[in-house]
Design a protein around this ligand. Sequence first.
Ligand SMILES: *[C@@H]1O[C@H](CO)[C@@H](O)[C@H](O)[C@H]1NC(C)=O
Ligand SMILES: *[C@@H]1O[C@H](CO)[C@@H](O)[C@H](O)[C@H]1NC(C)=O
Ligand SMILES: *[C@@H]1O[C@H](CO)[C@@H](O)[C@H](O)[C@H]1NC(C)=O
Ligand SMILES: *[C@@H]1O[C@H](CO)[C@@H](O)[C@H](O)[C@H]1NC(C)=O
Ligand SMILES: *[C@@H]1O[C@H](CO)[C@@H](O)[C@H](O)[C@H]1NC(C)=O
Ligand SMILES: [Ca+2]
Length: 527
Amino acid sequence: MLYLVALLLHCLPLAMGQYDICKSWVTTDDGPSWEFYACQPKAMRMKDYVTVRVDPAGITCGDPPERFCTHENPYLCSDECDASNPDLAHPPKLMFDSEDEGLATYWQSVTWRRYPEPLLANITLSWNKSIELTDDIVITFEYGRPTIMMLEKSLDNGRTWHPYQYYADDCMEAFSMPARRVRDLSTTSANRVLCTEEYSRWAGSKKEKTVRFEVRDRFAIFAGPDLKNMDNLYTRLESAKGLKDFFTVTDLRMRLLRPALGGTYVQRENLYKYFYAVSNIEVTGRCKCNLHANLCTFKEGSLQCECEHNTTGQDCGKCKKNFRSRSWRAGSYLPLPNGSPNACAAAGSAFGNCECYGHSNRCSYIDFLNVVTCVSCKHNTRGQHCQHCRLGFYRNSSAELDDENVCIECNCNQIGSMHDRCNETGYCECKEGATGPKCDDCLPNYYWRQGCFPNVCDDELLLCQNGGTCYQNQRCICPVGFKGVLCQQSRCEADKKDCNGGPSVHGSLGTILLGVLALQLRGWVDL
Ligand SMILES: *[C@@H]1O[C@H](CO)[C@@H](O)[C@H](O)[C@H]1NC(C)=O
Ligand SMILES: *[C@@H]1O[C@H](CO)[C@@H](O)[C@H](O)[C@H]1NC(C)=O
Ligand SMILES: *[C@@H]1O[C@H](CO)[C@@H](O)[C@H](O)[C@H]1NC(C)=O
Ligand SMILES: *[C@@H]1O[C@H](CO)[C@@H](O)[C@H](O)[C@H]1NC(C)=O
Ligand SMILES: *[C@@H]1O[C@H](CO)[C@@H](O)[C@H](O)[C@H]1NC(C)=O
Ligand SMILES: [Ca+2]
C-alpha cells in the first residue's frame, strides 16, 4: 500500500503537468534513445514582460498638476495629481507593479474638464511575441469602472487589430449590440466577440473594481466548470478552426470610451470626479511556441521560446537549417496524453535519404526505377528532391534550396515571348523584334502594338516623302495628292486622267458623271 502511494506520488507531477516535457531518455527493446513529446512553457504573469503605451499624449494626469475628487466624496476635491512629485504622480507603469498590501498604486487620467467632448484613452500593451492566454485578463479600476470600453487584440505586433470584447452599461445604446454573457456561450460560439454589461454598472467604486475578459469561462465550455476535463479542451483546440488563435495575442488595447458616472447622468458643475484610474492589469498566459518548447526566456527585451525538436525562431515556427527534409509543422496536443512532437527531421534521416528540402512531406518509392522520390513538391518546385523549379519558374539566386521563395515566376510577356518559360536568370525567349528580360520591349526599329512590328517609317532611313509625317512609326500621313507607304507616289501619276484638276475637282467631276449615269439609267436623259 505504501509502495503504491509512493508510486502515485512519483507519477503525479508527470500526469498533472501535461505537455511540460519535450523529450525523455527511454530504454526500449532496441536500446536507449530519446523520445519526443509535444511540449509547452508554463503559464506566467505576462505583465512583467509588457511594454505599455497610453494615448493620446497628455491624457495622464499631473502635467500641469490637477485636483480631483471621488464619487464617494464628490465635494471634497482636495486630492491632487502632480506628475513632478513622485508621491502624487500616476504614471502608466503603476498598472504593472506589484501591489503591496493596502495602498493601491495606479495610472490616472486627466479629469473630464472638457465635457461634453468625450474623455477617451487608449492603453496598448505589446509583447513583441505571441502569447496564449491561459486565464482571465483582469483589469482593476480604482474610483469606478468605465461605463463604456472596448478591448481589442492584435496577432501581428500591432499591424492589424480586431475587437475582442465590448463593455457597456447599456450595450444596445453604446454599440448597438445585445448584451450577452460568456457563461451563456456554447461549444460552437466559444470564440464569439460579444458585448457584456456585467462589468460596467455602478455598484459603488470600492465594491466592484474589476473588468474581466473571461478566458476560464470559455475554457469551461469544453473542460467543465472546474476545468477538470482539460483533455477535451486540448482536443477542441486542435480541431476547432480559429479556436487556438482566438486565445492568442501579441498586443492588447483597452479603449476607454466613457468613465464611471456614479449615477445616471454627468454633473456638469463637478467634472473633477470623472476620470480613469487603473491600478492593475493582470494577463496570464504562456509563450506560443507551437508545442516545440517548454521554456520561454526574456532576452534582449523580448520573450523567446527555447526551441526543441530542431525547430527555431521566436515561436519555433520553422525548422533549423539542415533539418528541413520535410515541411515544418506545429506540434499537436493529440493523441492524448503526450501529443505529437512533429519534430523537424535532419536531411537524409527521415525517408532513407530522400531529401525534399522542406517542399514536401511525402516520399514514394518507384518500383521499376528503384528510386525514392518526393511527392507533391510545393513552392513551385519539382524533381526527385524538389530541387528544381517548375516550368515557368526560375531559381532565386539569393535563396537557399530549402527556402519557400526559391522559385520565382518567369512572368514572360504573353504577346512578346515565345512561351512562358525562362532561363536560369529569368530571361524569357522573345519573338522577333521583342526584347527585355520579359520580352515586353521592342528592339530598335520596331514598334509595340500587341507585339513588336518593324517600323514602317521613322526619322532616319524610312523617311516619309513629299512632306508626309510619320505617325508612331506605324504609317505615313500623306499630304493631299500623294499616296504610297512612304507617300512616294503622286496620285496624278497613278491616275493620268486627273493630272490638271486638283483632287477636289476630280471629286466633283466624278460625282457629276455618276449623277448623269444614274439619270440615264432611269431613261430621263438621252445622251
Ligand atoms: C485609440 O485607438 C483607435 C484605434 O487605433 C484610434 O482610432 C483612436 O483614435 C485611438 N484613440 C485615442 C484617444 O488615441
Ligand atoms: C521583437 O523581437 C524580435 C525577435 O526576438 C527582435 O529581433 C526585435 O528587435 C524585437 N523588436 C522590438 C521592438 O523589441
Ligand atoms: C535534433 O538534432 C540533433 C542533432 O543535432 C539530434 O540529436 C536530435 O535527436 C534531434 N531532435 C529531434 C527531435 O529530431
Ligand atoms: C528571393 O529569396 C529571398 C530570400 O528568401 C527573398 O527575400 C526574396 O524575396 C526572393 N525574391 C523573389 C523575387 O521572390
Ligand atoms: C539568360 O538569357 C540572357 C539573355 O539571353 C543571357 O544574357 C543570360 O546569360 C542567360 N542566362 C543563362 C544562365 O543562360
Ligand atoms: Ca499598481
